[in-house]
Design a protein around this ligand. Structure first.
Ligand code: KG4
Ligand code: ZN
Length: 321
């Protein structure tokens, strides 16, 4: 079963062909990132205009690269929500037109479900064991989801304000590091002292699986207001390291508590922030400490390109829907 999938929910235009929800035959990603950098965030109008230019050449390229023809494509899938409406429409219109023209069934996929299925790419599905606790952390989403089986999801907690990736992006903007902030903060943090500043992690109660990062963001802002501008490299590194430690501590603590409470067999990390090495290591350390009598499988996407927005994950989610 070959599914040609399209993802255009933010600034990326991505086209992939995935075989049986697992083998990525091709995963092409074009980004308009450099056009947004000047503004410190994604400008929807610019993103959509770029996607209109990219989408058809990428579909052609995906078939050329895999040496497949439309006869080899069984279904088409596309991200339908959530996302930037003008960007989503480029993908949806293209997928619907192709579905009618080439007479292929169309599968609509939720973007967050796509992120959660990024962990199934290039892995043997027979090795997975339910239930699974999934933390999806990206620029727009921050969710703890219990997965009891395919199509059987229960929302355990979510952010009440900013998503983790958004907090990374906003702190990077305060430090004048650029956009997107996640990788830049994480690189800066390597040179800093994570204990230099004490910031609030938000919603500390053990039984509360929701997140709130607006207090953390404000604390960073007020700390910086007391400092002389332009900020020194040392200050930027220390703020980055202390911020990263705080947010990753909160994310990993809640994930581990939820995994314990719901007695899961696997823990998955997904979304753009799952590319963060510090977060991955912290979760692994906490798993080793908390699950001494039980084996827990910890997975994050096989490749960095499956952490951030991509169409391959949409193809995997479509296969299981
Ligand atoms: O999943 P994604 O590509 O888009 C959304 O669905 O939002 O996630 C993008 C987010 C951005 O906020 C970016 O700063 C963050 O993921 N990100 C990271 C890292 N790489 C990307 N955050 C922390 N550490 C990283 N290494
Ligand atoms: Zn995303």
């Amino acid at each position: 079963m070959n599914i040609l999938s399209i993802e255009t929910s933010c600034d990326e235009t991505s086209v992939a062909i995935v075989k049986s929800g697992q083998a990525v035959l091709v995963n092409l990603i074009a980004s308009s990132l450099d056009q947004h950098q000047l503004y410190g965030g994604v400008v929807p109008e610019i993103a959509a205009r770029d996607q209109i230019k990219q989408i058809i050449p990428l579909i052609k390229e995906s078939l050329l690269k895999t040496k497949l023809t439309w006869k080899d494509i069984d279904k088409i899938s596309v991200t339908t929500n959530p996302g930037l409406i003008s960007s989503l429409l480029v993908g949806i219109n293209t997928a619907q037109t192709l579905s009618v023209l080439k007479q292929k069934p169309l599968i609509k996929v939720n973007h967050i479900k796509g992120h959660m299925y990024a962990n199934w790419l290039e892995r043997d599905p027979s090795e997975f064991q339910f239930p699974i606790m999934i933390l999806t952390v990206s620029g727009g989403h921050n969710e703890l989801m219990l997965m009891r089986g395919h199509g059987d999801f229960e929302l355990i907690g979510e952010t009440l304000d900013d998503a983790a990736g958004e907090a990374f992006d906003k702190v990077a903007k305060m430090l004048n590091l650029g956009y997107p902030g996640g990788p830049l903060i994480s690189r800066m943090a390597e040179k800093g002292n994570p204990d230099a500043f004490s910031f609030p992690g938000g919603l500390k109660q053990k039984a509360n699986f929701d997140f709130s990062f607006s207090g953390l963001k404000t604390a960073v802002l007020y700390t910086l207001k007391k400092e002389k501008y332009p900020f020194s490299e040392k200050l930027k590194a220390d703020i980055s390291a202390s911020f990263q430690k705080t947010i990753c501590e909160t994310l990993s603590k809640k994930l581990i508590h939820a995994a314990e409470k719901y007695k899961v067999k696997e823990i998955h990390l997904a979304g753009g922030v799952s590319a963060n090495t510090y977060l991955r290591e912290l979760i692994q350390q906490k798993i080793n400490k908390h699950f001494t009598n039980q084996k827990i499988v910890f997975r994050y996407p096989e490749k960095i390109e499956y952490c951030t927005d991509n169409a391959a994950m949409i193809g995997a989610a479509a296969y299981y829907s």
